[in-house]
Design a protein around this ligand. Structure first.
Ligand code: PFF
Length: 473
């Protein structure tokens, strides 16, 4: 079985695919605004510490479990725990969580495609109208865009690891870097851009409180695609010669660099539009920012570059976000597909069709929960708020179960699989890892303070989200 497993064709392919997963909507929009609102340089500094001291060890744990077992998360937990039923719960969570995240993420990707097409076909003025978003997400157009997004994902994933995932990453990631740099240069040339740069970079430590710390860590964790079974699955597609610590560091670095660079695009753009804007006026959510705030800014660019220039800038921006979203979606969707292939011995085509069908049903349920269908719009209510089906999926899987999955993998590698096995796996292909300071740090952190921190985040999320009692922040 292990011998016939699909593999990435090269180290670069693996790194680009993993970075493609990590670089997503969170980096391009969520991170810049989070940083700007919460202390600028102070937030950036704290975020970088979290990425390298807390998230990187978790990434290493996930990748090494994948490579050691050459299995999907379900099979990996089962194999390394000698089929313990207790640990199979962690395995199942690592399959169900990415699937449900794919559900809401694909809906956002569908909207991005709609805005990309709108901007590219001369509709920027309509997109910039504050009422447009509400109308668009409740229009029948979204079903057409949904078909296109699913077809693109299908086309990539049916090609398998090397011909599908790796090829797409090798094409889309460099294009994404190129467009991002182009946008940064363009935006920095606009009036008042430097005010945005200053605002983004100058540290304000007074903004840092426990809520901001919690938010930064959660953002870093999500941004590196942890707790989603993705790094276990991608790790299972590399061989023993691959240097996991080196590759993981590069993935973390790329992800952080893209997030940082995205800030140099978003904030100067916002400030060139309104030099007196106050941080509180920036939209709280990524969705609000992408779909209502930014189109207004792009339209305003027409005074300096004309309508066509503004439409091109908006199109490049949405294409950039679209590429980031697609490479993330592909990685997350590969998790349940890989599980069905190896656990149920299904062919890739069948696994894709089955998961695709389920995804269509659940994504449609999300897509119509913004007013189209009452039952799904007011799906549940907790902590005094009415929640749509879309909100519930985000609250349960993204906000709550993600840190729990991180906690479980840390406990698993430290206390069930055992640290010497983790070390041995990480040392294979990585000269100098054994007996290094980094090895000691990874072993200690994964078995002690990282799971404790993740447990605190998990408990705080549960009490805040579902009972309205915030322990932190
Ligand atoms: N790292 C991704 C991001 O920042 O957007 C997280 C992610 C989300 C990966 C959804 C995959 C996915 F489907």
């Amino acid at each position: 079985m292990g011998a016939s497993r699909e593999q990435f064709g090269s180290r670069l392919g693996f790194i680009l695919a993993a970075a493609g997963s990590a670089v997503g909507i969170g980096n391009l929009v969520g991170f810049p605004v989070g940083a700007a609102k919460n202390g600028g340089g102070a937030f950036l500094f704290m975020y970088a510490i979290f990425v390298f001291f807390i998230c990187l060890p978790v990434m290493l744990a996930e990748m090494s479990v994948g490579r050691n077992t050459q299995k999907d998360p379900l099979g990996a937990y089962s194999m390394l725990s000698q089929r313990s039923s207790k640990w199979s719960i962690a395995g199942w969570l690592s399959i169900i969580t990415p699937f449900m995240i794919a559900v809401f993420y694909s809906v956002i990707t569908v909207w991005i495609l709609g805005y990309l097409v709108g901007a590219a076909t001369g509709d920027l003025e309509a997109l910039a109208n504050p009422d447009y978003f509400g109308e668009f997400i409740n229009s029948s157009q979204i079903f057409v865009y949904m078909i296109v997004v699913l077809a693109i994902m299908y086309l990539i994933l049916q090609g398998g690891v090397k011909q599908g995932i790796e090829k797409a990453a090798k094409l889309m990631m460099p294009a994404l870097f190129f467009m991002l740099i182009g946008m940064v240069i363009f935006v920095l040339m606009q009036d008042n851009a430097m005010a945005g740069v200053k605002f983004y970079l100058i540290p304000d430590f007074s903004k840092i409180d426990s809520g901001v710390v919690n938010g930064a860590l959660s953002q870093a964790f999500f941004s590196l695609s942890l707790g989603m079974g993705i790094m276990i699955t991608y790790g299972s597609y590399i061989n023993k010669k691959a240097d996991i610590p080196g590759s993981a560091k590069l993935v973390a670095l790329t992800d952080t660099a893209v997030a940082f660079t995205a800030g140099l695009m978003i904030l100067p753009a916002i400030y060139s539009f309104n030099p007196n804007i106050q941080p509180d006026e920036l939209s709280e959510s990524s969705v609000g920012l992408i779909f209502t705030f930014l189109p207004k800014i792009f339209l305003a660019l027409q005074t300096s570059v004309g309508f066509v220039g503004a439409s091109i800038a908006a199109s490049v921006f949405f294409l950039l976000v679209f590429f980031a979203a697609i490479t993330s979606l592909v990685s997350i969707f590969e998790v349940p597909v890989a599980a069905l292939m190896s656990e149920k011995r299904m062919s890739r085509q069948r696994a894709l069709l089955l998961c695709g069908l389920l995804l269509i049903i659940l994504s449609l349920m999300c897509a119509v929960s913004f007013g189209m269908i009452d039952f799904l719009t007011g799906f549940m209510s907790y902590a005094g708020a009415e929640k749509s089906f879309f909100d519930v999926v985000i609250d349960v899987f993204y906000e709550t179960i993600l840190p729990l999955n991180g906690l479980l993998i840390c406990l698993f590698v430290s206390y069930r699989w055992k640290k010497h096995n983790l070390s041995q796996e990480l040392a294979a292909g990585s000269e100098g890892y054994s007996a290094s300071l980094f090895e000691k740090y990874v072993n200690v952190s994964v078995g002690t303070f990282i799971p404790i921190i993740l447990l605190v985040i998990f408990i705080n999320t549960v009490t805040t989200k579902y009972f309205g009692v915030a322990l932190i922040g």
